[in-house]
Design a binder for this molecule. Structure first.
Ligand code: TRP
Length: 451
């Protein structure tokens, strides 16, 4: 058996885990969720979910993962004292495969847009940009091709191991993405009529908050933090004994939230400026952004051209650091549990995800039979995972950690075996025992009309 890798430095830990958290969830999913649910009010609820439920949830996954230094299922099993908690790990592996399947489709769209930017095909008025997206995404071959390419690239990084592949890539990509995002936010906010979009983001209208908003915000928070599928648990199994788990969780949540808000500031001013409806769903960024690049830089087309290329390249790379983390869950699971080598484990994961990805991609207009109850198969996968499986996974993790894992293990991991003060230990324990499970449960019950 090969030895397990480790992250090489503190910065590497933060950036790799933040690389997992920051991705299409922030830049593609967050804006359309916020747009669909009325903007600022949704964002406030979302922030509540991140800080109240997300951070304790992250610390819990970190504790379970680092304690066991092994794949998701074994991590839960090791601490379960003979009870069937490994199911949460299995569920995580299953959920992350579905997410990787549909996520790769959207990441594939980014690759197509990157290609189209380089070839200068995205220039035109907003009607053209809209048609371009529709025609491309419903094509039977092209998006499928890009989906498969994306999963294969992910595979390529993952087989190269933890330190050389994941860590090195994240250290370079994350800061670059941030700088570029700020440049586009400024460009977008300078467009004529942009202030309406800023208002939409900052002025809460609670009238729009209906029953489903709570679960959508909760699901989005967990999706964005990579919580609920044992993804963080798998990454934490590569953390060293010096990593301060609570502090890392807070730092990552802050980075993740900052990028999501920046993405909102990038999309909405532009959407209002060019007259794209903020609730236009998954296509939102693919229709709004080319317009920003065309209009904001109309007098400097070369700058627009370069920024557009850089943006899609970085978006694809941000997606890559996330798909790597999803892929790693299954890879670590298959190779350790089936006692095969890492390469084979990775191939199993890749094969399953390619199949799911192809179905998701075809459901976006190419094959009508893949639409169920008015939702494409891609949307169904998104709904099933973000709004059911992730909250459920996080709920079970909190119950497990709060009530079943020996308190000494939790305290030792939280305080790095007594070397940290652990000031917030009791607050944390109270949150995972009571606050998180009760909040998640009541959001579920509320969604289904029970309370
Ligand atoms: N958090 C990532 C994003 O925002 C997506 C992601 C990576 C994820 N790993 C995950 C989501 C595990 C759920 C579970 O894009």
């Amino acid at each position: 058996m090969e030895t397990r890798g480790n992250f090489g430095s503190k910065l590497g830990v933060i950036l790799a885990t933040a690389g997992s958290a920051v991705g299409l969830g922030n830049i593609w999913r967050f804006p359309y969720m916020a747009g669909h649910n009325g903007g600022a009010a949704f964002i406030l609820i979302y922030l509540g979910c991140i800080f109240l439920l997300g951070i304790p949830g992250m610390v819990s996954e970190f504790i379970i993962g680092r304690h066991s230094s092994s794949n998701a299922a074994r991590a839960y099993r090791n601490l379960s004292g003979g009870k069937p908690w490994a199911v949460v790990g299995y569920m995580g592996v299953f959920t992350s495969m579905i997410i990787l399947g549909f996520y790769a489709v959207v990441a594939g769209w980014c690759l197509q847009y990157l290609y189209a930017s380089v070839a200068g095909q995205l220039g035109g008025d907003s009607a053209f940009v809209q048609t371009y997206f529709k025609e491309f995404s419903s094509h039977p071959l092209r998006p499928v091709f890009w989906t498969v390419v994306f999963i294969l690239i992910t595979h390529g990084v993952v087989v190269n191991g933890v330190r050389n592949g994941i860590e090195r890539a994240s250290k370079l990509l994350m800061p670059t993405l941030f700088v570029l995002l700020v440049v586009i936010v400024v460009a977008s906010c300078l467009l004529p009529g942009a202030s309406q979009g800023i208002e939409f983001l900052l002025k809460p209208d609670f009238g729009k908050v209906d029953q489903s908003v709570l679960l959508e915000a909760l699901g989005q928070a967990f999706f964005s933090l990579s919580l609920g599928t044992a993804c963080l648990c798998t990454y934490a199994s590569y953390f060293s004994r010096q990593t301060n788990l609570a502090r890392s969780a807070i730092q990552i949540a802050l980075i993740d939230t900052l990028i999501a808000i920046l993405a909102g500031l990038m999309i909405f001013p532009a959407a209002f400026s060019v007259g794209v409806s903020p609730d236009s769903g998954p296509s939102l960024i693919f229709i709004t952004l080319p317009n920003v690049f065309n209009r904001a830089f109309a007098s400097m087309p070369l700058v627009g051209y370069i920024i557009s290329i850089l943006f899609y390249a970085l978006l694809a790379l941000a997606a890559l650091t996330s798909t790597i983390s999803m892929h790693e869950i299954g890879t670590a699971f298959f190779y350790e549990e089936l006692h095969i080598n890492r390469k084979r484990g990775a191939w199993i994961e890749t094969a399953v995800c390619v199949i799911i990805g192809i179905f998701c991609s075809l459901s976006c207009g190419a094959v009508d039979r893949l639409v169920f109850f008015g939702r494409s198969f891609l949307d169904c996968c998104d709904y099933l995972t973000a709004q059911i499986l992730l909250p459920l996974g996080a709920f079970l993790t909190c119950i497990f950690l709060g009530w079943f894992v020996p308190r000494k293990v939790v305290l030792d991991e939280f305080t790095n075996w007594g070397t940290l003060r652990g000031t917030f230990f009791h607050v944390y324990l109270f949150a995972v025992r009571f606050v998180c499970p009760l909040c998640i449960l009541s959001v579920f019950l509320h969604q289904f009309g029970i309370i």
